[in-house]
Design a protein around this ligand. Sequence first.
Ligand code: HGY
Ligand code: MN
Ligand code: MN
Length: 376
Amino acid sequence: MEARRWLKSQYEGVGLEASIDGVGNVLGRSKNPGKALLVGSHSDTQPTGGWLDGALGVIYALEVARALASDKATAGLPVDVVSFQDEESRFVGCLGSRSLTGALTPDMEEGAMDKDGISMADAIKQAGLAGAARVKLSRDRYAGFVEAHIEQGPTLEDTGNRIGVVTGIVGLRGIRFVFKGQQNHAGTTMMKTRRDASTALYELAHRINTEFPTAAAERTVWTMGRLKVEPNATSIVPGYADLDLQFRDASDAPLDALEKIAGRIVTEMNARGGVKIEATPARAPIPPTLMDEGLRKHLEAAAEKHVPGKWMRLPSGAFHDAGIISSTLPSAMLFIPSIGGISHDFAENSRDDDIVLGCQVLADAVASALTEGVRA
Ligand code: HGY
Ligand code: MN
Ligand code: MN
C-alpha cells in the first residue's frame, strides 16, 4: 500500500486526478478533453517473482504520461494511467482488472482466500481500503487500453527481435483435485488394504502427463505446481492430498479436450473405489482473447520507426490484464525481451537498452493513436 500511495502521488505530480479504489487499483485520470487511452499494468508479483513482471508496464505508463505532458505537441492528449491489483491471483486472477470491468462476481469474491488462509475481505480491511469506492471503467471515456510487459519467454531473444507486438493472449483454466483416503501406519498397513491419498495423486498426475499430449495443440501448456500431502510425514500413509492443475491455450478447443480427459481419469479412478477424488474449478477461467488491430498498428508503426525490422508479432503464453480489459475496451500489448526467457523467478531481467526502447515505442504509439485516432 505504501508503494501504491507513492504511485498515486507520482500520478498527481503529472497533473492527473489520482485515486486508489476499493480493491487497491491505482488510477490516474487525465484532465484533458477527448477520448482517452488507458495505459498500465499490474503492480503485484508472484511469490519469489521478478522485478519487472507488471511493474515495468506500471512505470512505463507513468513515464509516458509525464513525457507527453512535458511536450507541447502532446500535452493536450488525454492519457489515463493504471496500476492493477492482484493480477497474479493471490485471491482472484486479474482481480483489479475484473473489478474495473464489472467481471468480479460476488461468488468469485466470497471465500476468496490466499495461500496463507487470509480472506480477501480481511486483506482489504488490513489495507485500509474497506471504505474506498470500487470503480468501473466507462466504455465511452476510452479509445482503448495499451499494456507494456516483459515477454516472460525466449522468443524475442531467440529471434533477435527487440520489440514484440502481441496478437493474442492465452486462455487459462484450473482444476483442484482433492484426494481422501485413510491415514495409517506406514509399516503395519499392507499395500492391498491401504487408501493412500498421495499414491492416488501421483497416479492422476502421471496419467495427465501421459494422456494430455494426445489432445494438446502446439502451444498448449499445463502445470501442476501446487500440491499438499497430509500429514506430510515419512512414516505415515497420507489420508489427504490436494493438487492444482492449470492449463492454457490460445483457443478454447484444446482446453475443452483436456478438461474432458481430466474428468474421465477422475471417473475411472473413483470407479475402482479406495481413495475418493473430487475435482472442482480451481479459479475463475480466463478466456483466450485477440488484441485490437487498430491499436496494434500504432505499436507496429512505432516499433518499425525505432528498430526497423527488429520487431515481431507474437502470441502471449502468459495471461495479462489486457485479456480481461479487452472485454470492455479495444486492447493491445507490447513486449520487451526477457533475458534467457526467464520470469516468475528472482533471476527475471531485461537489458537496460531494451527497457528504454520499450518505453519510447509505447510513448510514440500512444501519441499517434491519440492524434491520428486508434482506427488509423
Ligand atoms: O501466469 C501468468 O501468465 C501471469 O504472469 N500471471
Ligand atoms: Mn506474472
Ligand atoms: Mn504479469
